[in-house]
Design a protein around this ligand. Structure first.
Ligand code: UDP
Length: 422
């Protein structure tokens, strides 16, 4: 059996005060014909990164609506995760070659996991997240000689705006056998991807998680002090997995330029790894080495990510939150910071651009000059920062909450099972 991830119960009714009774009733109505449906979410890790974050809320909320939802993770090992990270990098456009032995390794673990999954019985809906487990459906079909029962959905969280052709060509036949595919942004649909029905669904953040609930000032202050951050001085904050795509070194370069004008400003870099990411620790070490002698920089590491109350406090108290990414499927951290009414300056890439409307809900920037100008402006203009923060929170309220994400899944399940919305 694949390993089942236990999640804490969540009650949809708790969200009424945030989204209103009507939105909750709509979810209940949508879920009615799906009551009792067996749903499996399959991914590579139970901790670290946006997918685990989303499933932590989504799975128990589906259960609260009467679906029989479970979350399982693949069985893997270092050799497998090295390959899947290379696939991830290639799909996001990094020039590298997937060698035949790497493909073999991926197929070997896909086959093992297909066997394990075969013991779990039949599901009505199987949602397979990202490329790591994507091969299981094809291998089940090979083994059984027929199409596996249930509706199979490939949910891709990556930034597929510029995939390397060889990485996409390798994956395409395996994901081409799904009934449907969900991408965070329409731009990620691949022109040559035929077969599965494609849906555009950006993720949504959970306003009730420990990471996102409003903390009182005293709690925030005591967390900052505990980590050596001076609450009396401004700080710029970035939260991410330590991953080359998240460009920590680029953030340090910008801070290095800013501190000439703002010597009192601190930089707080918060992050960690994920169960399936073999690059995180070395990326963290490179970041620490790069930061040496470059000012008041605090780098905080947690094996599966820095834990929630701390992360919450850093985001809540930051003068400016930055998200400098080279590629970004969606960037749940941006939604989390906007929800906390923080002014956000972020790279104009991937899913970040869905969340930031330039100068309205944050700043979308490209060049180093634009980075420095935007942060300088916000450090000097508290009113503008507050205005952006309010608009950012309103945007998340309207479009990027977990309840909207849940609604989109329910609609897709109904559409695919023929029980189309009336
Ligand atoms: N996160 C965390 N601790 C960390 C770093 C990140 O809990 O030290 C969380 C973050 O709050 C967010 C998720 O991990 O919920 C990252 O999701 P995102 O979509 O931004 O990026 P991904 O890691 O999926 O590329």
């Amino acid at each position: 059996m694949t390993e089942c991830v236990l999640t804490q119960e969540r009650a949809l009714s708790d969200y009424t005060s945030i989204v209103g009774e009507e939105a909750i009733q709509e979810l209940r109505q949508l879920a009615k014909p799906l009551c009792g449906a067996r749903v499996l979410h399959l991914n590579a890790t139970a901790a670290g990164g946006g997918v685990a974050e989303l499933l932590t809320a989504l799975v128990p909320l589906m259960c609260d609506l009467g679906l029989n939802a479970e979350w399982r993770i693949l069985q893997g090992a270092d050799e497998f995760y090295k390959v899947t990270k290379a696939m991830h990098n290639g799909l996001q456009g990094m020039p590298l070659q997937l060698k035949p032995d790497m493909k073999e390794t991926w197929l070997k673990y896909s086959s093992l996991n297909a066997d394990l999954l075969g013991h779990n019985g039949i599901y009505d809906f199987v949602v397979v997240h990202d490329p790591q487990p994507a091969g299981v459906l094809w291998l089940l079909r090979q083994r059984n000689g027929h199409r596996n029962p249930g509706i199979w959905i490939w949910r891709c969280h990556l930034d597929l705006s510029t995939p390397r052709p060889d990485a996409w060509e390798f994956l395409k036949p395996y994901v081409g056998v799904y009934d449907a595919a969900i991408f965070s942004k329409r731009d990620y649909f691949q022109k040559d991807f035929q077969g599965p029905r494609c849906f555009e669904v950006p993720p949504g953040m959970d306003p009730l998680s420990t990471k996102n609930r409003l903390l009182d000032d005293e709690e925030v202050r005591s967390i900052l002090l505990r980590y050596g951050i001076d609450p009396g001085r401004p700080f710029i904050c970035k939260v991410s997995r330590f991953d080359p795509w998240k460009d920590f070194q680029g953030v340090i370069d910008i801070y290095d330029l800013l501190r000439r004008e703002f010597p009192e400003v601190q930089l707080v870099l918060v992050g960690g790894g994920a169960g399936d990411d073999p690059e995180a620790w070395s990326c963290y070490q490179r970041t620490v080495a790069y930061a040496q002698g470059k000012g008041d920089i605090h780098i905080l590491w947690g094996q599966s990510g820095v834990s929630s109350p701390e992360l919450n406090a850093f985001q809540q108290a930051a003068s400016v939150v930055v998200q400098k990414s080279i590629r970004e499927g969606f960037g749940l951290v941006v939604a989390e910071a906007l929800w906390k009414s923080r002014p956000v300056v972020a790279s104009d890439v991937g899913g970040i651009a869905l969340q930031i409307s330039h100068r309205k809900t944050g700043y979308l920037v490209r060049s180093v000059n634009e980075w420095v100008e935007a942060i300088t402006y916000l450090l000097q203009n508290s009113e503008a920062s507050a205005r952006l923060g309010r608009a950012g929170r309103d945007l998340v309220q309207e479009r990027f909450l977990i309840t909207r994400y849940l609604r989109d899944y329910l609609k897709i399940f109904r559409t695919l099972s023929g029980r189309v919305q009336r």
